[in-house]
Write a protein that binds this ligand. Structure first.
Ligand SMILES: [Zn+2]
Ligand SMILES: [Zn+2]
Length: 288
């Protein structure tokens, strides 16, 4: 049979489609192969078949690097007591890299939930999700009895007060207040509380005046008030990333409203996480 090259005659579109399709298949099968390695090692199958070690076995049969073989053996060991994640690994449908990312927070109790997250989230979003879980665990530890709120706040301010970049005029005016015997902290708190209250009132006012339309276009007034409240940053707790999407915290499909009380600017990763949680909630509703 004659094989005549056809690749050169493909259009760009078809060429790219084939790259995507074959690439996906190649990754799937390589993941499946990697998931077999721990069993091969356990049975010493490589030795019986004349391979020097597991590395040579992986390299010659599937072109794996030493690091990839080592990682496959290592992850399998850590999944010994986690059958759901192990099943996900063996399915080949997610990369070993993604499973590795959740291992630091994986427990027997949460492995099913994590398996779901791994399938829903991109690698970056997964990383952010894991970091959030760790941070919330840490702050749970921090707020153990014995430590007062004042202490926490104080240590926070010591580190960050210089980063505020207060201008000379601001410092001077605060100094003047202090010289008059006025409590500067009290005055600032009063200002901050007032600002928050004003924002809340404006948001409610905007909400009552919104046109009753189901257009996805977010009115400028709404965008502005959200910006005043959150600045340029993602609204997720402790996230430092710039916001990229304004997210409806109530599903827009269910309640088509741009009420700013139910909107938050999020970075790409937290936006994906928010929707992943939303998908889960929707599934739970269906299951009921
Ligand atoms: Zn959204
Ligand atoms: Zn974020």
């Amino acid at each position: 049979m004659l094989n005549i090259s056809l690749v050169a005659s493909l259009s760009d579109k078809v060429l790219l489609e084939q790259c995507v399709a074959y690439g996906r298949t190649a990754l799937l099968w390589r993941n499946k192969f990697r998931a077999l390695l721990p069993e091969v090692e356990k049975r010493k199958l490589y030795r019986k078949k004349g391979y020097r070690d597991m590395y040579e076995f992986g390299e010659r049969l599937a072109g794996l690097s030493m690091a990839q073989v080592a990682e496959s053996l290592n992850i399998a060991q850590r999944l010994e007591d986690k059958p759901v994640l192990k099943g996900l690994l063996e399915s080949g449908e997610v990369s070993v890299n993604k499973i590795v990312r959740v291992m630091s927070i994986a427990t027997v109790a949460n492995e099913s939930e994590l398996a779901e997250k791994i399938q829903l989230l991109s690698k970056n979003a997964l990383e952010v999700f894991v970091r959030d879980v760790k941070l919330s665990q840490e702050s749970a530890l921090e707020s153990l009895p014995g430590q007062t709120l004042a202490e926490e706040t104080f240590s926070f301010l010591q580190e960050d007060v210089n980063e505020l970049g207060l201008k000379g005029e601001v410092i001077q005016r605060l100094g003047d207040l202090k010289a008059k015997g006025i409590d500067v902290n009290e005055a600032l708190l009063e200002f901050l509380n007032q600002r928050e209250q004003e924002l809340a009132e404006t948001k409610d006012q905007i909400a009552t005046q919104l046109p009753k339309s189901s257009s996805r276009y977010i009115p400028t007034r709404v965008k502005n008030i959200i910006k005043q409240e959150h600045g340029n940053q993602c609204a997720a707790t402790r996230c430092q990333k710039p916001s990229e999407n304004i997210h409806h915290t109530r599903r827009f499909g269910n309640i088509p409203s741009h009420d700013p009380n139910f909107m938050a600017p999020l970075c790409r990763e937290h936006h994906q996480i928010a929707h992943a949680i939303d998908i889960k909630v929707a599934e739970m509703r269906i299951r009921k």
